[in-house]
Design a protein around this ligand. Structure first.
Ligand code: PMP
Length: 349
């Protein structure tokens, strides 16, 4: 007899982007410019109190976020990365046997989170253009659906859904199913038709917007993210949140990062300019690359994905292959991107 759940035997373990000493890492969608000014000092200072538990209410950070986003503080929650918050939302909404609808391919953690609660994943295939098929996702909602996840922009394809189609999707799904808008890459969006989920939708009773400090804000290693939803939803999520899920150093560092917002914006703009350059260079090499609204690009290489990643690695660049499907490449510094483009040319020409 198995001591653990037999239904988890077939579940793949989350595979992180690899790091190889000396190699250029373009595999985990990090921004390559180091911690924002003031972050290391704030985290170090906080660590002096590391023998004490952190503020479980995360009041100072939640107040800052609420102020910045123009919402009441009881509409904001934080957690150990937005991936933990996605798990908390799922715990708060799904019982075993309930259904969670999401697009596929999308973020690798969604199936893991669904399986953790015993919920059934309903995967709706991406469109031929690698984006969410929102009409098909809405049509996949049944009386057993308790959660729909929309990843906007989508990891790993970089595609994003526009305001009109999201409006229609939310109206079709209706108010009785929780909808998570995962906006981990919001700060890299340049298309004005892609709505800011907090401003556009967080007033709806059933919408939860997830954001993270891991990407644009440069705090991936400290693990902190946040969500915005209605107070009753936030309160229920709070009941199933792992206690002290936002650690002391992360809380302080996130506040320091918010203080450095101008520098965050400057760095994102560098990444966006490089995204345009990398995408234009890749368009010469490979047809069908979707336009990215995130800090990575998607190469739909199908069966050739592993081989492409192998050539990149042999040339000192680590990218992220998704077996049989495509390769995701994070936008790095100009020098890192040049190294990647040189490797890509070797692999593709
Ligand atoms: N959502 C998406 C779409 C992501 O790509 C990621 C990170 N890869 C996360 C959430 C989780 O980010 P974190 O837990 O670091 O906040």
């Amino acid at each position: 007899m198995s001591l653990t759940r037999a239904d988890l035997d077939a579940l793949p373990t989350y595979v992180p982007g690899r790091s190889i000493p000396g190699a250029i890492k373009l595999a985990s969608n990090e921004v390559p410019y180091g911690p924002l000014p003031g972050v290391v000092e704030a985290a170090t200072e906080a660590a002096a109190n590391s023998f004490r538990y952190p503020d479980m209410g995360v009041v100072a950070l939640r107040e800052r976020l609420a102020d910045r986003l123009g919402v009441a503080v009881n509409r904001v929650a934080t957690g150990c990365g937005s991936v933990a918050l996605a798990e908390h939302v799922t715990r708060a909404s799904c019982l075993p046997g309930d259904e969670i609808v999401y697009s596929w391919r999308s973020f690798e953690a969604y199936p893991i989170i669904a399986a953790g609660t015993g919920a059934t994943s309903i995967r709706v295939p991406n469109t031929a253009e690698h984006g969410h098929d929102l009409a098909a996702m809405a049509a996949a909602v049944t009386s057993r659906t308790k959660l729909v996840i929309v990843c906007n922009p989508n990891n790993p394809t970089g595609t994003a859904n526009r305001r009109a189609e999201l409006d229609e999707f939310l109206d079709t799904v209706g108010p009785d199913v929780l909808v998570v808008l995962d906006e981990a890459y919001r700060e890299f969006v340049t298309d004005p038709d892609i709505p800011d989920g907090v401003a556009a939708y967080a007033d709806r009773p059933n919408v939860v917007v997830l954001r993270t400090f891991s990407k644009a804000w440069g705090l991936a290693g400290l693990r902190i993210g946040y969500l915005v939803a209605q107070p009753d939803v936030v309160a229920t999520i709070g009941k199933v949140t792992t206690p002290f899920s936002s650690n002391l150093a992360a809380q302080a560092a996130a506040i320091a990062a918010l203080d450095a917002e101008d520098e965050m914006r400057r760095r994102c703009d560098l990444v966006i300019a490089e995204r345009t350059r990398v995408q234009a260079a890749l368009d010469e090499l490979l047809p069908g690359i979707p336009a990215s609204q995130a800090n990575f690009v998607w190469l739909p290489l199908g069966a050739g994905s592993a081989e492409f990643a192998g050539v990149c690695e042999a040339n000192g660049v680590i990218v992220r292959p998704f077996q049989g499907d495509g390769v995701r490449v994070t936008i790095g510094t100009p020098e890192e991107n040049d190294a990647f483009l040189a490797a890509a040319e070797k692999a593709l020409v």
